[in-house]
Design a binder for this molecule. Structure first.
Ligand code: GTP
Ligand code: ZN
Length: 200
């Protein structure tokens, strides 16, 4: 399935720490799951742009929750990518694809002792429900078929490669550990995330 660019909008991007840059927000037609995913073009992308495939996290990205490290990772991505040129793909895949309300239910189960993946299973979901095929569609619509990917998640690399995007390199993203998110980060490491760059 081929996606096409529906519209573009120039938008200044401002982070809470005062960092400012210019972004171009791109909307698409024809995305496989029918959701409103957007790409944000930052800096001047070269032949092998740096790309962050970021899954929506209202609690972390917007409300500053420290149960996860999504907010700091998003800000890191904006800052790094604006310097070297590339794309933030903001995917509407809240709660690893289970949605916001279910993620809130999962948090309640975690407060009773389950880890993040066990809580998904207890709610009747797969441990991680995300399909990154839409990210590949977006990149190909932007004319990008080779990337450097800012992630610690090997599944993102594998799925993008299967969907026709060449991941020339995986660039580790920061691990923003705090007293509130260490169980979440430990569970990610047990489930295949490469947190080897932590503390580097
Ligand atoms: N179901 C569920 N989703 C969560 C939980 N904590 C964070 N998330 C969601 O997880 C997504 C981020 O995925 P992560 O597994 O933390 O990291 P990743 O994006 O796969 O990996 P990186 O690219 O290395 O950051 C966001 O959509 C969050 O809303 C949780 O406890 N349960
Ligand atoms: Zn989060």
């Amino acid at each position: 399935m081929t996606a096409t660019i529906r519209s573009t909008l120039a938008l200044p991007v401002r982070l809470a720490d005062g960092f400012e840059t210019q972004g171009l927000v791109v909307a698409f037609d024809g995305l496989a799951d029918g959701r409103e995913h957007v790409a944000v073009v930052l800096g001047e992308p070269g032949d092998v742009p740096l790309v962050r495939v970021h899954s929506e996290c209202l609690t972390g990205d917007v409300l500053g929750s420290q149960r996860c490290d999504c907010g700091p990772q998003l800000h890191e991505a904006v800052r790094r990518i604006s310097h070297c040129g590339g794309y933030v793909l903001y995917l509407r895949q809240e709660g690893r694809g289970i949605g916001l309300y279910n993620k809130l239910d999962a948090y309640t189960l975690q407060d009773a002792g389950l880890d993040t993946y066990e809580a998904n299973l207890a709610l009747g979901f797969a441990p991680d429900q995300r399909d990154y095929g839409v990210a590949a569609q977006m990149l190909l619509a932007l004319g990008v078929d080779t990337i450097a990917l800012l992630t610690n998640n090997p599944d993102k690399v594998a799925q993008l490669e299967r969907a026709g995007v060449r991941v020339e390199s995986r660039v580790p993203t920061g691990v923003h550990r705090s007293s509130a998110n260490h169980r979440y980060l430990d569970a990610k490491a047990w489930n295949g995330h490469l947190l080897d760059g932590e503390g580097a």
